[in-house]
Design a protein around this ligand. Structure first.
Ligand SMILES: Cc1cc2nc3c(=O)[nH]c(=O)nc-3n(C[C@H](O)[C@H](O)[C@H](O)COP(=O)(O)O)c2cc1C
Length: 191
């Protein structure tokens, strides 16, 4: 193909922590040669759903608020219903990530919401290919995938830590790895 596959990272972040994770996902996608990757805030994405027409992969990112996506991210989801009606996102690659304060924090609920959303659009969901970290006596909090996720990338930001220090390096490296995985999937799928 002559056109470079395009990856979009669509995120919401109320207080900056999920933005740090989104930027790490973006950097991972940009590390893959032959792929263009962009970061789009959810409100801006909702305002122009048509901008995704030539996007090969969309990675959805939201903080976990009350066990699911934030209201702001849900607004973007609802704004995409026109694309759903026309199946215009069908066969695009999809992935998702989330960040919350607690170690569990019901983050799985958020990733499930995002994966069902992708399935509604007829998208192809790509999970995280990392083994769980920090789940054995020789593990550490600095292990990638220390949250032990499979559906997508998770991060934890302590409630009293600012986005200058949270989420920590292990979660940012996990996010970076996931962004590269999705970009590689887009590259293969678009070939
Ligand atoms: C309205 C609201 C609901 C929240 N619900 C959860 C929750 O269900 N689980 C959790 O672990 N943290 C919860 N938190 C904490 C956030 O997930 C956490 O502070 C996160 O880092 C915020 O990300 P952001 O800075 O990108 O907005 C909640 C925070 C807010 C403001």
């Amino acid at each position: 193909m002559t056109r470079k596959p395009k990856v979009a990272v669509v995120y919401h972040s109320g207080y900056g922590h999920t933005k740090v994770q989104a930027e790490a996902v973006l950097a991972g996608a940009q590390s893959v040669t032959g792929v263009d990757a962009v970061l789009i805030e959810a409100a801006e994405a909702a305002d122009n759903i048509d901008q995704f027409a030539d996007t090969d992969a969309i990675i959805f990112g939201s903080p976990t608020y009350m066990g699911t996506v934030s209201a702001q991210f849900k607004a973007f989801m609802d704004a995409s219903s026109g694309a759903w009606m026309n199946l215009s996102w069908k066969d695009k690659i999809a992935g998702g990530f989330t960040n919350s304060a607690s170690q569990v924090g019901d983050k799985t609920g958020t990733l499930q919401t995002l994966s069902v959303f992708a399935a509604q659009h007829g998208m192809i969901w790509v999970g995280l290919d990392l083994p769980p970290g920090n789940n054995a006596s020789n593990g550490s909090d600095d292990n990638m995938n220390r949250m032990g996720a499979s559906l997508g990338a998770m991060a934890q930001s302590l409630a009293d830590a600012g986005p200058d220090v949270a989420p920590p390096s292990a979660d940012q490296r996990t996010a970076h790895h996931y962004g590269a995985r999705i970009a590689n999937a887009a590259l293969r799928w678009a070939a």
